[in-house]
Design a protein around this ligand. Structure first.
Ligand SMILES: CC(C)(COP(=O)(O)OP(=O)(O)OC[C@H]1O[C@@H](n2cnc3c(N)ncnc32)[C@H](O)[C@@H]1OP(=O)(O)O)[C@@H](O)C(=O)NCCC(=O)NCCS
Length: 163
């Protein structure tokens, strides 16, 4: 597998407790129905990954692991930084790490049926539509599209994660 390109010196790291104010701000600016601060428990913070540019948090997501599966939740890039390739970079880099370091092969996520931008991003990563959860979201009420990505067993041969 080839490492994702990183021409802009971006970095990905796990979230710490003192990142919470910046992440809450990003969450509130990126989603119509953001999670309230109390939803960010220590357990959930443990699962969060941040995308940084010049030490500034510009994106984040939760990667919740169950056995050899990963659920990706709250994928977000700061509104002022969207459509510059950061979302694609963050997700590629994260999946690359989980795949190569933890051998995680199965990835799942839910996305609003109207969220074409996110669906395109996930398709570019190789995610396929698996099904629909009726009326899954609130504010506004909407169906969720369930998408999944299953990577081949890891061997020493180089592979890309871009479908
Ligand atoms: C969805 C989101 C994470 C994408 O991040 P981003 O950094 O803007 O995306 P990128 O610039 O890396 O774009 C990657 C691909 O996604 C698609 N895409 C991204 N924004 C798009 C838009 N506004 N319209 C259509 N396609 C879009 C394109 O296919 C793009 O590839 P391309 O530029 O080669 O065409 C970002 O828009 C976001 O945070 N939105 C608000 C929160 C959200 O909806 N999260 C998803 C929850 S499931």
């Amino acid at each position: 597998m080839l490492k994702p390109e990183n021409p802009r010196q971006l970095s990905l790291r796990k979230m710490r407790g003192d990142d919470l104010p910046a992440v809450l701000k990003l969450e509130a600016s990126a989603f119509s129905d953001p999670w309230p601060p109390e939803a960010f428990s220590d357990d959930i913070i443990e699962t969060a990954w941040l995308l940084l540019r010049d030490e500034q948090i510009i994106g984040y997501t939760f990667a919740i692991m169950v056995m050899d599966e990963c659920s990706l939740i709250n994928v977000a890039i700061a509104p002022s930084e969207q459509q510059q390739g950061y979302g694609l970079f963050m997700m590629r880099e994260l999946i690359f790490r989980l795949y190569t370091e933890q051998k995680i092969r199965h990835y799942y996520l839910d996305v609003r049926s109207s969220n074409v931008a996110a669906q395109r991003l996930y398709s570019k990563l190789g995610f396929k539509q698996l099904g629909i959860r009726k009326s899954y979201y609130h504010k506004p009420p909407e169906d969720a599209i369930v998408m999944g990505l299953i990577l081949p067993p890891l061997n020493q041969e180089a592979r890309r994660i871009d479908g």
